[in-house]
Ligand binder design. Structure first.
Ligand SMILES: [Zn+2]
Length: 179
């Protein structure tokens, strides 16, 4: 169990607004994640809807190397989602609440604002042409098998494996880079 983290007041107010339990971070064993500076982010992919997928520069370099190594072995990987700000995370949760999802259900698939690895610009959701959407079946793909075998060589690890102690669903697509 992590020590309770006193939230910065802005984040505490946001959590209160969204109905997130005050002991969320401590109960889930999740550390606060700092939002990357906009100037530190580089674009690794552009999506059909015109938005871009961004990571901090060293993570982007590691992703480029990983992507190329996979391609050499015939594995096509796509960058689906990268940096996400605290306010964007809050907006996504508001949208789910607005269509009637419970905060408990939302927090099984998304981190509370301030706690998402995506804030750091080091987390990347990965797909492959057969599995462009983030879905558990991606775990059955050759792309996932390749990532399991090789991603660590490039500094990426799977954050939320099956039955993870953080209370998230299995996320075979979510990879986190560290130096
Ligand atoms: Zn993710």
């Amino acid at each position: 169990m992590a020590e309770p983290v006193p939230l910065p007041s802005e984040l505490a107010a946001l959590h209160h607004e969204l109905g997130i339990p005050a002991d969320y971070g401590a109960r889930r064993g999740l550390p606060l994640q700092a939002d990357a500076e906009a100037g530190a982010l580089v674009t690794v992919a552009r999506k059909a809807d015109g938005t871009s997928v961004q990571l901090i520069a060293p993570a982007a370099k590691a992703w480029a190397d990983l992507h190329q190594a996979a391609a050499h072995e015939g594995i096509v990987l796509t960058a689906v989602s990268g940096h996400r700000s605290v306010s964007r995370q809050a907006d996504l949760i508001r949208r789910k609440l607005a269509v009637g999802q419970s905060i408990a259900a939302i927090l099984a698939v998304m981190a509370a604002p301030g706690f998402s690895e995506h804030h750091t610009g080091r987390a990347l959701d990965v797909g492959t042409p057969d599995y462009p959407d983030l879905e558990e079946a991606f775990a059955d793909s050759p792309a996932f098998a390749w990532l399991n075998r090789r991603a660590a060589d490039f500094g990426f690890r799977l954050s939320f494996p099956k039955d993870n102690p953080r209370g998230f669903i299995f996320e075979p697509w979510h990879w986190f880079w560290t130096e």
